[in-house]
Design a protein around this ligand. Structure first.
Ligand code: NAD
Length: 248
């Protein structure tokens, strides 16, 4: 076992209440490209801001076209080694909550109960009406989009229908933000995996954990702006790092 892996095993073994904090990097080995690594789907397109989505029918068509393109990779994906390790930690009672920036539903698919997952940026496996909040299935949106070339409006109130994810410029979900703060206030270690820690306010939760006196571990292939605050930083592949720690 490498030195950093032995240190990680020590910190995880000592902790009584761990909170996981995950980003797109935990899902790259599952075939879903992350946001910032070079060459990926996302580097080719400038993200669509929330106000652009609500202002323009053409932008909404483009948003849905992109969405259905990325869904093909997401729908094929199964949980990876990182997801499985976290699921075992939850099952064993070491990890109370997983706060995720991901929208790919892979923590749920790895067997973590819904109540223990906090999705800061929503979930991409369904859609919602922006006006009344009604849930709509993607298959229904897609069928209409492909038939008429436009996404449907909400049949209940006529509002705009958007994937149930949080876009840049869209308000953060209040309940999930509150749940995340509570989870962090009650943890003694935050394990952050696969996030560039650039997207705010989510990234700042690593510092919130430190302020509450918790230890902070960051596992990410590349350096992040929060590495200096961490008790342990491992710049390596998440699956390789989490394998062999007894959480298979
Ligand atoms: P990001 O792309 O900004 O950062 C991902 C980080 O993970 C990078 O620094 C990269 O070096 C690292 N990484 C990639 N593969 C890794 C691996 N196997 N092992 C270790 N490190 C690895 O992602 P972010 O910080 O989550 O922010 C992007 C935003 O885009 C989030 O808000 C998220 O909602 C969204 N997004 C989600 C998904 C998803 O749901 N899977 C995918 C892309 C983007």
């Amino acid at each position: 076992m490498t030195d950093s892996k032995a240190q990680l095993a020590g910190l995880l073994g000592e902790a009584k209440s761990i909170v996981g904090f995950t980003g797109a990097g935990i899902s790259t080995e599952c075939g879903i490209p992350d946001f910032r690594s070079p060459g990926g789907f996302w580097t080719r397109y400038k993200p669509i801001e929330f106000k652009e989505f609500t202002a323009s029918a053409e932008i909404r068509r483009e948003a849905w076209r992109r969405y259905f393109a990325i869904r093909e990779a997401v729908e094929k994906a199964v949980p990876g080694r990182g997801h499985r390790a976290l699921a075992r930690m939850v099952e064993a009672g070491h990890m109370r909550r997983i706060i995720t920036q991901n929208i790919d539903n892979l923590h749920q698919l790895s067997g973590v109960p819904e109540a223990q997952i906090i999705e800061l940026h929503g979930n991409g496996s369904y859609a919602r009406c922006l006006s009344c909040g009604a849930r709509h299935e993607l298959s229904w949106v897609r069928e209409i989009f492909e038939a008429v070339g436009d996404p449907p409006d909400c049949p209940q109130c006529g509002g705009l229908v958007k994937s149930a994810t949080i876009s840049f410029g869209q308000a953060m979900p209040e309940l999930e933000m509150q749940q995340a703060r509570e989870a962090i206030a009650n943890c003694d270690l935050m394990l952050a995996l696969g996030s560039s820690l650039v997207v705010q306010p989510a990234a700042h939760f690593t510092l919130t954990a430190k302020r509450y006196g918790a230890k902070l571990v960051i596992i990410n292939r590349e350096p992040t702006g929060y590495d200096a605050y961490a008790d342990l930083v491992v710049h390596d592949d998440i699956g390789d790092v989490m394998q062999g720690l007894g959480f298979e």
